[in-house]
Ligand binder design. Structure first.
Ligand code: SF4
Length: 168
């Protein structure tokens, strides 16, 4: 009997499989900057564009987070990093240091209250790009936190902003 032998990774002897190369999904920038700040030796890397999202308690607020993660997965974490907006409000030095040393900043907000943008400005930052999902992308705001409609379209808009800042 003609038997094929497989291994745990799913490859089968005698078969040629198309291997999809995945971009690493490690949000490495903050721990890297922390090490640098402490004087720990690191392999030097180019600073990415950092994205802050409001993560508000509405459909569009939640979309800022979900779409930013999707966008980072798509462009890769060598090009972008996601940083915690709440840490900016809390005045944490490591996040502030990360934002200061970034290639640039994209602020993603759910609605015109612009909590992400205002928080960053209050902390002395001037983000290069800003998206307001309900206004710029015409996604109506509601309070269904499990709604994930338009995520692909929102992700595309975040990717565009990241690339714009990165290519400057
Ligand atoms: S920008 Fe709008 S959705 Fe985001 S946290 Fe502020 S009020 Fe909530």
């Amino acid at each position: 009997m003609d038997k094929k032998f497989g291994c745990a990774c799913g490859s089968v002897e005698g078969e040629t499989k198309k291997v999809e190369i995945q971009k690493p999904k490690d949000n490495w920038y903050l721990p890297y900057m922390d090490k640098k700040k402490k004087g720990i030796e690191v392999e030097e890397k180019k600073s990415p564009v950092v994205v802050f999202y409001c993560a508000g308690a509405s459909n569009v607020g939640q979309s800022t987070m979900l779409s930013s993660v999707k966008a980072a997965n798509e462009v890769g974490y060598d090009k972008t990093a996601l940083l915690c907006l709440a840490s900016i409000s809390a005045g944490l030095a490591n996040i502030t240091n990360g934002a200061k040393n970034a290639k640039g900043i994209v602020a993603v907000d759910g609605c015109p209250m612009s909590c992400s943008m205002k928080t960053l400005e209050k902390a002395g930052f001037n983000p290069e790009e800003h998206i307001i999902i309900s206004k710029d992308l015409n996604v109506p705001k509601n309070f269904d936190l499990n709604s994930s409609t338009d995520l692909e379209m929102i992700k595309d808009a975040v990717v565009e902003k990241i690339n714009k800042v990165y290519d400057k």
